[in-house]
Design a protein around this ligand. Structure first.
Ligand code: BDR
Ligand code: CA
Length: 313
């Protein structure tokens, strides 16, 4: 089984990423790290602990990460999934699970350096913890096997016309991570994650399955749908982060192109990812793979099969 660590800001879609990773039974989730994002750090940390308990995996450690961005400023939290990050349903999975004493940055450095080229890291919140780990240890970037990021986009944004939330919340961190020389980086951004947003009929399946888990997933995706309707007149719930894990389980779900990607750290385009797939920069050198297309049907088949053991047509 591939050893993975999920660095996240749960968050309904982060919750789904963790749930898919665990229910697939195909991945060895070594730890979860928390960061500010879909709520203050206390909220995302508590949600992470409760999600692990919900999945019956209290044995998996959770490390509390960074409250503020690299510039020491408090990033604006997102309200896409309501005040508690889980659409008003965080209390339904309350548990006694405790976080670890060590902080996420020290854990990442120690664990990744202790397991060189073994760990695939999922960055599905702002990249702050990972950037700190890179600053702290000169070996960290080289010791990672893979980094799969949910963040950025080539053609769109959700916090500004050009900036996606995770990169916008800590653009300097995203920039430093992309420039760090990690060997195998995949950026799965809004260009593809917007396409897998959960629509009414896909969501209805969750209600009809009528299990504890399907009801929880049904519930935590309601607020995202309401919020999208209020702000964009779209009746779909965001699923962004879960696509990173789905892609890892089945590479054919997402199509990738080699690219050179950097992030704008200041000014009107702050948080924008510039994705060069034309070889304009750096004499055709690439620092990442950019996700430009997704097989939505394949994604949903995998999602329902792996989590609920249901074959949907
Ligand atoms: C990203 O921002 C967060 O709200 C989501 O969890 C996802 O990681 C999408 O822009
Ligand atoms: Ca997230």
């Amino acid at each position: 089984k591939e050893k993975i660590i999920i660095d996240c800001d749960p968050g309904s879609d982060d919750a789904l990423a963790i749930i898919l990773a665990l229910y697939s039974g195909k991945l060895d989730l070594k730890a979860v790290c928390s960061v500010t994002g879909n709520g203050a750090l206390d909220t995302t940390t508590r949600n992470g602990l409760n999600i692990l308990s919900l999945c019956g995996r209290e044995d998996i450690p959770l490390y509390r990460g960074s409250a503020v961005a690299l510039d020491q400023k408090q990033p604006e939290t997102v309200s896409a999934f309501g005040d508690d990050g889980l659409g008003g349903f965080a209390h339904t999975i309350a548990s006694d699970k405790k976080e670890e004493d060590q902080n996420a940055v020290d854990f990442l450095v120690e664990y990744v350096n202790g397991h060189p080229k073994e760990i695939t890291l999922f960055a599905i919140g702002p990249c702050t913890n990972i950037a700190h780990a890179i600053r702290k240890s000169p070996d960290f970037a080289g010791n990672l096997k893979r980094l799969i990021i949910m963040g950025g986009a080539k053609y769109t944004g959700n916090m500004s016309p050009v900036a996606e939330y995770n990169f916008w919340a800590d653009p300097m961190a995203a920039h430093e991570v992309l420039m760090s020389g990690i060997q195998d980086v995949t950026m799965i951004g809004l260009d593809v994650t917007n396409k897998i947003a959960l629509d009414g009929s896909m969501r209805e399946i969750l209600r009809m399955l009528n299990t504890k888990l399907s009801t929880f997933v049904y519930n935590i995706t309601q607020e995202g749908m309401d919020e999208n309707w209020r702000s964009r007149r779209k009746a779909v719930s965001p699923m962004h982060d879960v696509l990173t894990v789905a892609y890892f389980l089945d590479n054919s779900i997402v199509k990738l192109k080699p690219a050179y990607i950097d992030v704008v750290t200041e000014g009107i385009a702050r948080g924008q990812s510039i994705v060069d797939i034309g070889g304009h920069w750096n004499e055709n050198k690439c620092n990442a793979k950019y996700a430009y297309d997704v097989d939505v049907v394949k994604f949903y088949k995998l999602f329902y099969k792996e989590i609920f053991n249901e074959d949907i047509t």
